[in-house]
Design a protein around this ligand. Structure first.
Ligand code: ADP
Length: 658
C-alpha cells in the first residue's frame, strides 16, 4: 500500500510502538535520554570520520546537541550536528526494527523486564519519541558533501512518509509535536533536570537557550557536565573532584574512603564507590533506597540498583558504567546473571580490600594539610577505621550472619569491646584476643546483651576478671544473631560466659549422672535451707537454684544450664518477636535459667539464717523474688515492674521499721 513517499511500518514495528506507548507512559521522560543518546552516537560517528580526515559537510560545525523549545508551535526539537541519514537510511532505521531486536524486546518484557531499561537496548529507543509527541518529524542531512536533506514524518500509528526537505547544515533535527499533557517539556528547567539526571555525562555539550537572555536573544547555556569522572584516569582526578562527585550522590559531607576502578577483563566497566562517613539521608529515610547508579556508555539506566552489591555492603554509594552493560545485562538471562555476579564479586572484593587497608592503617600517625591557609602540615592519628566501624559495623555483622561467601574476611574486620585494657574503646580484633589468651586458655570468652553499659556490670564477668581472662563484650541487638553464626576462630571455640562451664561439671561428676532428671536435686551444705526455699518460691521461673563460687561481689546471677537454651537464641527470638509487633520484651522472660547465689555474700548468708531460724518471716520470699528480678535486669531481661515496685516498697517499709 506504499505510495511514492508513504510507507507502512513493518508489522513488528507497529507492535513495539504500541507496547512502548502503552506500557511506558508513566515513565515518559525517558524519551529525552533516548533521543540524546542517539544524537551522541551520531556525533561520535562524525568525530571518527574527522579523525580519518574524510571529506565531510560542514567540517567546522561544533559537535553538539541543542534542545529548542518553541512555545508557540508546541514543539521541542532535539538537534544534532551528527552524521545524519540518507533517504534509504531513514527508511531502514526509522521504519523497521531489526526482527531479532523486536523479538528480544518482547521476550524480555514478557519475562518481567523493566521497559524503561529495555527500551534503549534493542534499537527501539527512537520510538519513545511517541511517548510525548502526537507527531514526530525528522529532518536530516547526511555527512557527505553531496548529500541532500530529507524529512521523515509520522504520527506513530502505522505509516510514515519521507519527502525532500530544506536543511543547510549537517545533522538531524528531531521535531516533537508535544501532546497537550507533555507541554511541560517546553520548560527550560524541566529539560535541565532531565538532562542532568540521565544524560549529564554525555561527552558532547547539550545546550538550551537561556530562559531569560539579557541582551543577546540567542544566548545558549550548556546543561550537562560532560566529564564522567569514573572514566578518567584516577591519577588525573583531584581530591576536590572526588569530593564534589560524592556530594552530588549523597547530599553532602566528605567520604571516608574512595574506590576508583577501571576494569577491562572479563567485563569492561568503570566504577567509583564511596564509603561514606555517615549513613546517607536516603538510607535513614527508606530502608530500600540503597544501591548503585548504573550507567551504560555514560547514560544512566538504573538508579538504586541492588544487583551489583552484596546486601551487607549497602552502606556504600557510587556508580558503575560499562561499555556493553545493557546488552549483557538483558540479552539473555543466564548471561545477565553472570555479568552482574561477576561485577558484584569484583566490587565486594575491592570494598573488603579497602576496609582491610583502613583497619591496617588504624592508629598510625598521618600527616595532613593544615586547616589554615599556609599553616604547617599537622600530624594526627588515623582513626578512620573506628569511625567506619561505629557507623557501619552492624552491616558487616549482618554479612557474617547472612552471606557465607564473605564470612572469613568479614570476621577479620570485626572489632569488639572487651574487659582488657585495650578493649575499653571497642577496637579489639579477634587476632588481638587470641594473642592475648592465657597459655592454657582454649576458648574465646564473650558475653552478649542488649546494652554495653549493663554488660560491663554483669556478675558473669567477676570470675574472669579475677582470673585475668579477657572477655569480649557484645552489646548490640544484632550481636546475638552474629554469635549464632560464629562457632570458632583460629580453631578456638567461642564460649558465652553465662553458661555453666564444662570443667565445673566434670569435677562434680556425680551430679551429671542423673542429668536426665530435670527436677532440682536435694540440697546439701550450709545453704541448703535457703536453696530449698528459693526453689519452692521461684517455681517455674527458674530451672534450679544453686550456689556458685564464681561470683565475687554480686549477690546472684542467672546462668544457662548445660544443654539449656542458649541466651543468644532466646534474645534473638525476643528481638524478632518485638520487631514483628508481637509480645513485648517483658512478656517472655529468659527461660530455663539457673539462679546461682554467692555463698560468700553477707545478704545470702543472713537470708539463710532467717530461713533456718524464723521460716515464717514474710521478708524471706519477698527478698528471694527481688534477688531473682534483679538478676534478670542484669541479663537485659525485663521483669514485671509494677509487681517489683510494690514489693520494693514493702521491703523498704521493713527497713524503716527496724
Ligand atoms: P538504536 O539507537 O538503539 O540503534 P533507535 O531506534 O534509537 O535504535 O535508532 C535507530 C537508528 O536510527 C539508529 O541506530 C541510528 O542509525 C538512526 N538514528 C537515530 N537517531 C539518529 C540521529 N540523531 N542521527 C543519526 N542517526 C540516527
Amino acid at each position: 500500500m506504499s505510495t511514492e513517499n508513504s510507507y507502512q511500518f513493518k508489522a513488528s514495528t507497529s507492535k513495539v510502538l504500541q507496547i512502548i506507548t502503552h506500557s511506558l507512559y508513566q515513565n515518559s521522560e525517558v524519551y529525552l535520554r533516548e533521543l540524546i543518546s542517539n544524537a551522541s552516537d551520531a556525533l561520535n560517528k562524525v568525530r571518527i570520520k574527522q579523525l580519518q580526515s574524510e571529506n565531510i559537510l560542514d567540517p567546522a560545525a561544533p559537535l553538539e546537541i541543542r534542545l529548542i523549545a518553541d512555545k508557540e508551535r508546541n514543539t521541542l526539537t532535539v538537534s544534532d550536528t551528527g552524521i545524519g541519514m540518507t533517504k534509504s537510511e531513514l527508511q531502514e532505521n526509522l521504519g523497521t526494527i531489526a526482527q531479532s531486536g523486536t523479538e528480544q524486546f518482547l521476550q524480555a518484557l514478557d519475562e518481567g523486564g523493566d521497559a524503561t531499561e529495555l527500551i534503549g537496548m534493542f534499537g527501539v529507543g527512537f520510538y519513545s519519541a511517541f511517548l510525548v509527541a502526537s507527531k514526530v518529524e525528522v529532518i536530516t542531512r547526511g555527512v557527505s558533501p553531496q548529500s541532500k536533506a530529507w524529512k521523515w514524518s509520522s504520527d506513530g500509528e502505522d505509516s510514515f512518509t519521507i519527502e525532500p526537505a530544506e536543511k543547510e547544515s549537517r545533522g538531524t533535527d528531531i521535531i516533537l509535536h508535544l501532546k497537550e499533557e507533555d507541554e511541560k517539556y517546553l520548560n527550560n528547567w524541566e529539560l535541565r533536570t532531565l538532562v542532568r539526571r540521565y544524560s549529564n555525562y554525555i561527552q558532547f555539550p547539550i545546550k538550551a537557550k537561556k530562559t531569560d537572555p539579557k541582551e543577546d536573544e540567542d544566548e545558549w547555556e550548556t546543561l550537562n557536565d560532560q566529564v564522567a569522572l569514573w572514566r578518567k584516569n584516577p591519577k588525573e582526578v583531584t581530591e576536590e573532584e572526588y569530593e564534589g562527585f560524592f556530594r552530588s550522590l549523597s547530599m553532602g559531607g566528605t567520604p571516608l574512603a574512595t574506590i576508583h576502578l577501571r576494569v577491562e577483563t572479563p567485563i569492561e566497566f568503570y566504577a567509583i564507590i564511596y564509603i561514606p562517613r555517615f549513613k546517607t539521608q536516603n538510607f535513614m529515610a527508606q530502608q530500600d533506597e540503597w544501591g548503585l547508579n548504573i550507567y551504560n556508555r555514560k547514560v544512566l539506566i538504573n538508579e538504586s540498583n541492588k544487583e551489583m552489591l552484596p546486601e551487607w555492603a549497602r552502606f556504600v554509594v557510587g556508580v558503575v558504567d560499562g561499555e556493553n552493560l545493557k546488552l549483557n545485562v538483558s540479552r539473555e538471562v543466564l548471561q545477565e546473571n553472570s555479568t552482574k555476579r561477576a561485577i558484584q564479586k569484583h566490587l565486594a572484593k575491592k570494598i573488603l580490600d579497602k576496609l582491610e587497608e583502613m583497619a591496617d592503617e588504624f592508629g598510625k600517625e598521618i600527616t595532613v594539610e593544615s586547616e589554615e591557609e599556609d599553616g604547617e602540615p599537622e600530624t594526627r592519628t588515623n582513626e578512620d577505621y573506628m569511625d567506619f566501624w561505629r557507623e557501619f559495623g552492624p552491616f558487616l555483622k549482618e554479612g557474617i550472619a547472612q552471606d557465607s561467601q564473605y564470612k572469613d574476611r568479614l570476621t577479620e574486620l570485626l572489632r569488639f569491646d572487651s574487659t582488657a585494657e585495650e578493649g575499653k574503646l571497642g577496637g579489639r580484633s579477634l587476632t588481638d584476643y587470641v594473642i592475648n589468651m592465657k597459655p592454657d586458655q582454649d576458648k574465646i570468652y564473650y558475653l552478649t546483651g542488649l546494652e554495653l553499659d549493663m554488660l560491663k556490670k554483669s556478675p558473669h564477668l567477676e570470675y574472669y576478671k579475677k582470673e585475668g581472662v579477657e572477655v569480649l563484650l557484645l552489646g548490640e541487638p544484632i550481636d546475638s544473631f552474629l554469635m549464632m553464626h560464629l562457632n570458632e576462630y583460629q580453631e578456638k571455640p567461642f564460649f558465652l560466659i553465662d553458661e555453666e562451664e564444662t570443667e565445673e561439671e566434670e569435677e562434680k561428676s556425680e551430679e551429671t549422672e542423673d542429668e536426665e532428671d530435670d527436677s532440682p536435686k536435694e540440697k546439701t551444705g550450709p545453704l541448703a535451707p535457703l536453696l530449698t526455699r528459693a526453689v519452692t518460691v521461684l517455681g517455674t521461673k527458674v530451672s534450679d537454684v544453686k550456689t556458685s563460687e564464681r561470683l565475687v561481689g554480686a549477690v546472684a546471677s542467672l546462668v544457662t544450664p548445660k544443654g539449656g537454651m542458649n541466651s543468644n537464641l532466646q534474645r534473638a527470638m525476643r528481638i524478632m518477636q518485638a520487631q514483628q509487633g508481637g509480645a513485648g520484651l517483658g512478656n517472655m522472660g529468659m527461660m530455663g535459667k539457673v539462679l546461682t547465689l554467692n555463698p560468700n555474700h553477707e545478704l545470702v548468708q543472713r537470708l539463710n539464717s532467717l530461713v533456718e531460724n524464723t521460716p515464717e518471716d514474710e521478708r524471706i520470699d519477698m527478698m528471694i523474688l527481688q534477688i531473682h528480678d534483679q538478676a534478670r535486669i542484669l541479663e537485659g531481661d525485663v521483669p514485671d515492674f509494677a509487681e517489683m515496685l510494690s514489693r520494693m516498697e514493702n521491703i523498704m517499709k521493713f527497713a524503716v521499721d527496724e
